[in-house]
Unconditional design. Structure first.
Length: 280
């Protein structure tokens, strides 16, 4: 029986990002004492573009992986975008689709100058936030704008579903808010949300903790992949593994119940930095 590694190498080539990701993923599983029990894959074509002599096809590969850690079973899922050219019935240039969208530039957020003492403290509904994260991990709520780089927009929606109050409109450099076609930078830009959670003294607030083990479902992890001070990515914790460590959901590279560290990501570098925030 052909191994999955051999299948992907044959289909995409030995230098495929998919093969590289799979090897990283297997190494991370071994490190965590996690066993892959079963994997299912399904492709979904979402765009076809016809030219004179050929056709360009874009599709998503949805992987569903049943995992076991100790006596604990869980299902990790990923959606990976691909494209290929079809010419004379032959598949050409089959490769991972690069995400070229850029987050909006952001200026330094305007910090809270005072705490409103009489503002009622919001009660964070963690279950509602996680339920939203699970409902929309691989699709997009039409009530919100969708972005090519969608990780922070998705996390903000989850926080809002958990009851986090919006404030600061219409100043995009202030607060955390969404209103139709406009929004704060902190709503949709990873770097801005990280600093908002550090500085907010009212409404949606985050308390930084030292270890991911201290996080609970509904909490947020921020990532600086290069360790250069520019925060690139955000995820929401949706579960804890048998080892007590977080499993997260994310958009852009849509994923569900992924191990928090992102060591299997092609964006990972040894200089990666994390910030762990308890919400509420």
């Amino acid at each position: 029986m052909k191994s999955l590694e051999n299948f992907w190498e044959e289909l995409f080539g030995s230098d495929s990002p998919t093969l590289d990701w799979w090897e990283r993923h297997q190494a991370l599983n071994e490190k965590r004492n996690v066993k892959l029990v079963k994997v299912n894959g399904k492709g979904h074509i979402y765009q076809r573009m016809k030219y004179d002599q050929e056709e360009k096809v874009y599709y998503h590969l949805h992987l569903s992986m049943l995992m076991k850690q100790g006596k604990h079973f869980f299902r990790e899922e990923r959606t990976i975008p691909y494209e290929f050219r079809l010419k004379d019935g032959e598949i050409i240039d089959h490769r991972h689709t690069e995400i070229n969208g850029q987050e909006e530039p952001t200026e330094k957020l305007i910090p809270d100058t005072e705490k409103v003492d009489n503002q009622e403290r919001f009660v964070y509904d963690r279950l509602a936030a996680v339920q939203y994260a699970e409902r929309w991990w691989n699709s997009y709520n039409p009530q919100y704008q969708k972005f090519d780089v969608d990780c922070t927009n998705y996390v903000s929606q989850c926080l809002r579903a958990g009851g986090a109050p919006m404030r600061g409109a219409p100043n995009r450099n202030q607060g955390w808010w969404y209103s139709g076609s406009s929004r704060s930078y902190s709503w949709a830009v990873a770097h801005s949300l990280r600093w908002y959670l550090s500085g907010s003294a009212q409404g949606l607030t985050g308390t930084e903790v030292d270890s991911p083990a201290e996080l609970q479902p509904g909490d947020i992890i921020c990532y600086d992949f290069e360790g250069d001070g520019r925060w690139n990515h955000n995820t929401i914790v949706v579960a804890k593994g048998a080892d007590g460590m977080p499993l997260v959901n994310a958009h852009t590279s849509n994923s569900r119940q992924r191990y928090w560290s992102y060591e299997d990501s092609t964006a990972y570098t040894p200089n990666i930095q994390y910030k762990f925030f308890r919400i509420g």
